[in-house]
Design a binder for this molecule. Structure first.
Ligand code: 5GP
Length: 206
């Protein structure tokens, strides 16, 4: 486990979770985002080692066999997974770690690390989600339908998430403020300072 907190951010396609993560990283250098491994091809505008570690399916399976992957899923025919080494990197840097992963992976991490904080980012409603996907223009009619259907399954996971942030159009600042409200509240939980009484009275042990 890292010394800092672990935040898992999930959300349906078109929720703007990637933009939100970029915004909060730009605002606060106590946070860092894990770079996942994937077997999907690199897309235009992406950089190896920054957006993902792009590896083959065989390499991915080798990492799983060697216990280097904390959780993984197959999404649209490609592997995606969180590398153990990213937790070690965050620990060494003393930073809070953000994982931007889908709901299955989030559930796996929460089982292994119950202290992980699950945050679901959503558009305000399905009509707005569809509008964003159309404007984004990356999908065929069929893949858009798949993403919209998947949103229903993703929202079934909401009760197992700790927080939900509504990312309304033009509301990025507000969504980032909401995220930092969560970070602050989580930092202030009494369980984060179990030795406070001893420290208060200047004792070295409880
Ligand atoms: P994309 O191909 O659009 O970059 O990512 C597809 C989906 O995979 C997104 O929902 C993204 O959050 C999820 N994803 C990215 N990295 C990981 C990971 O390491 N583990 C899991 N479980 N999902 C991931």
């Amino acid at each position: 486990m890292t010394g800092g907190l672990v935040f898992i951010i999930s959300g349906p396609a078109g929720s703007g979770k990637g933009t939100l993560v970029s915004e909060v990283l730009a605002r606060d250098d106590r946070l860092m985002c894990a770079v996942s491994a994937t077997s999907r091809p690199i897309l235009k505008g992406e950089t190896d080692g920054v957006n993902y570690h792009y590896i083959t399916r065989a390499q991915f399976e080798e990492k799983i066999a060697h216990g280097e992957v904390l959780e993984y899923t197959e999404y649209c025919g490609n592997y995606y997974g969180t590398l153990k080494s990213e937790f070690e990197r965050a620990g060494a840097l003393g930073k809070h770690l953000i994982l931007e992963i889908e709901v299955d992976g989030a559930t796996q991490i929460k089982k292994k690390y119950p202290g992980a904080i699950l945050v679901m980012v959503t558009p305000p409603n399905a009509a707005e989600q569809k509008k964003r996907l159309i404007e984004r223009g990356r999908d065929t009619e069929e893949s858009m339908q798949r993403r919209l259907t998947r949103a229903e399954a993703e929202l079934d996971f909401l009760p197992s998430y700790d927080y939900r942030i509504c990312n309304a159009s033009g509301g990025l600042d507000r969504a980032a403020d909401d995220f930092f409200a969560i970070v602050r509240a989580e930092e202030l939980r009494t369980c984060r300072a179990p030795d406070f009484k001893a420290e208060y009275f200047g004792k070295t042990t409880r």
